[in-house]
Write a protein that binds this ligand. Sequence first.
Ligand SMILES: [Zn+2]
Length: 411
Amino acid sequence: MTTLITNIKELIQVRETNHTLVSGQDMKVLPTIKNAFLLIDHDTIVDYGKMSDSVGLKADNIIDANNKLVLPTWCDSHTHIVYAGNREQEFVDRINGLSYEDIANRGGGILNSAEKLQNTSEDDLYEQSAERLQSVINLGTGAIEIKSGYGLTVAAELKMLRIIKRLKKNFPIKVKGTLLAAHAVPKDFKNNKEAFVDLVINELIPEVSKLQLANYIDVFCEKGYFDLKDTERILECASQFGLVPKIHVNQFNAFGGVALGVKFGALSVDHLEELNNEDIEALKNSRTIPVALPSCSYFLSIPYTPARRLIDAGLPLALATDYNPGSTPSGNMNFVISTACIKMKMTPEEAINAATINGAYAMGISNMYGSITKGKKANVIITKPVPSYNYLPYAFGDNHIDSVIINGQVQ
Ligand SMILES: [Zn+2]
């Protein structure tokens, strides 16, 4: 089946050759074609160009995109959408003055989510997660990375990863699974963190690897959670099982996690609200992409990742949601892009590059996703009539999406 989208006001993020990443100054460039067409065959982009060059093209379906923009779907490279219940009470507690650490210290936070998850049936947890996944597809997300990490026992982590696998099978969008092996120290290991890291190394990672339940390994490398030594032990073990790191670093403190990630060939280092010059130096000439999560900064009222410093140093940057119940109960990439422009001083071109091609890179799929390129998957957003792509982040909080096409099918 073929689909032809005609009269597109502007076709965004058109890449002739198969770019897999844009960095530094190049992030300011967003290639487009005005008054364009796009031709899809089954699930693949097969042609595009100016409307004047579309004469004679035939298709089974024709979609008239008059006054509308067409762009690749968002690639959200960092989420935790498999979770049980919500934490709106902690939200109110924080409004009333408790800090994230205060809440964690009295048994809230990640431990609270872990307890709920352990007590929720696999089917119920799947249903809750599937609902979230459908809602982010409607908001224009066409590829997503999903982490475990709320299990904190071998059994519950495997349950989470099986759910991610089930989502991958049942939904049309690209899903990548990450074993977030060390997210928080479970209650039973409160005074013996070392033993928990041993459990991760001796049981969890080998089991996940054997069952082929994850593509990536993650650690919450942060003061009060897992230090450099713990992180190094876990990454060392994971590398023996072929799990590439995508790690949480520098959310509250910068103490060398970035360089450690680079040393282990991390695909991405995520958060970076705190950043020092050594971190930037470590990232130069590496294959590791920094990932910013501005909705998390917004929700927790913590600093935003210094995007300008990263981009002006010639580095690439990706944007993702961090969708999770504690610090970012939102999977809306449109809001992420607005917030990146408004609070991180990224230009709309930089933000769209960061949320499409660079997001795809940050989950290892930019050869097939993240741009309008012949041969890539036909995952596109058709906007409502809007004046320009600058309007998307500018008019924040409104839904500018008319329809979402995944693998050539209108959702
Ligand atoms: Zn996260």
